[in-house]
Design a protein around this ligand. Structure first.
Ligand SMILES: [Fe+2]
Length: 295
């Protein structure tokens, strides 16, 4: 099947022509999607009524192994019973809306900070696939920033300055920015991970700034000085010219490359409206080829 990609932003993000991802099993079509990811970093598929099992199975077909340590598992039990299936919702285990002071709500408010998924783990997250089940009748969008375009636009002296830097990512850090408190046991389980600040995406060979609210310090730098540089880079990378805003429709499946983008949820009245999405994230380990090899 030949897919077509309609670009949604001058730098990145594309809507893919009609396809039922439940039926996509052949390697040629999967390779087309991977090539689309290499080019656009965010792909929007409309009208995908995936069950949870179909969602998990498609993620495995597209990109291999699934991430199951994306943070919240240390704090509370997943309502969906599978740690590879992240519950991106404002709903409790009884189906009611989370109370304003519910700890799960407090924790998930951190998703409104610019971040990449599971950068505080090693391996980190590679592709995230977010499926919209219930969306509010008001704007409850997700924004994405193209970290490749942001890198390309840096002045040469900044590129030279950041070239070999490494960054400690910690979800304790990003949650503490908002005043969220962790127990000592939770802190112990959430030590974080170290990743390069500049990444080269293997197949496309494009360079990217690997940043997130989780980015706590630059290795071997004084903490305040490192945080100032990280803050400057975050400001640069999230300027409107690098940002695509996605307005969700029920049935959307949006896939993004966490190596090449950041994202954040935008606020809405979550005490009034229900919003339910499911996310599956793959592990950033060896990746299937984007092109079918000749047999
Ligand atoms: Fe996220």
């Amino acid at each position: 099947m030949a897919l077509t990609f309609r670009q949604l932003h001058p730098h990145f993000a594309a809507e893919v022509s009609a396809v039922d991802l439940r039926q996509v099993h052949n390697e040629a079509t999967l390779a087309e999607i991977r090539a689309g990811m290499d080019e656009y970093a965010v792909l929007v598929f409309r009208g995908q009524p995936l069950s949870d099992d179909e969602h998990l199975a498609f993620a495995r077909r597209l990109d291999g192994r699934l991430h199951s340590k994306t943070g919240s598992s240390v704090l509370y039990k997943n309502r969906l019973g599978n740690e590879a299936l992240s519950d991106i919702s404002n709903v409790d285990e009884h189906g009611g809306l989370l109370k304003p002071d519910d700890r799960r709500r407090m924790y998930s408010l951190g998703n409104r900070l610019w971040h990449t998924d599971a950068s505080f783990q090693d391996p980190a997250g590679r592709y995230s696939m977010l499926s919209a089940k219930i969306v509010p009748p008001v704007s409850a969008d997700t924004e994405f920033a193209d970290m490749r375009a942001a890198y390309d636009a840096l002045p040469a002296e900044i590129k030279a300055r950041v070239e070999d830097l490494r960054v400690h990512h910690s979800i304790a850090h990003s949650r503490q920015i908002l005043g969220f408190e962790f127990s000592s046991h939770e802190q112990e389980a959430l030590k974080g991970a170290i990743h390069p600040l500049v990444r080269t995406i293997p197949r496309s060979r494009r360079r990217s700034l690997y940043l997130a609210a989780h980015a706590a310090r630059i290795i071997d730098w004084p903490v305040p000085e490192g945080r100032l540089l990280l803050r400057d880079l975050m400001e640069h990378a999230t300027q409107p010219e690098f940002v695509y805003r996605h307005a969700w429709q029920v049935g959307d499946l949006v896939i993004w490359d966490n190596r090449a983008t950041m994202h954040r949820a935008r606020p809405f009245d979550d005490g009034t409206y229900r919003r339910e999405l499911r996310r599956v994230t793959t592990l950033d380990v060896d990746q299937p080829s984007a092109v079918t090899s000749p047999s």
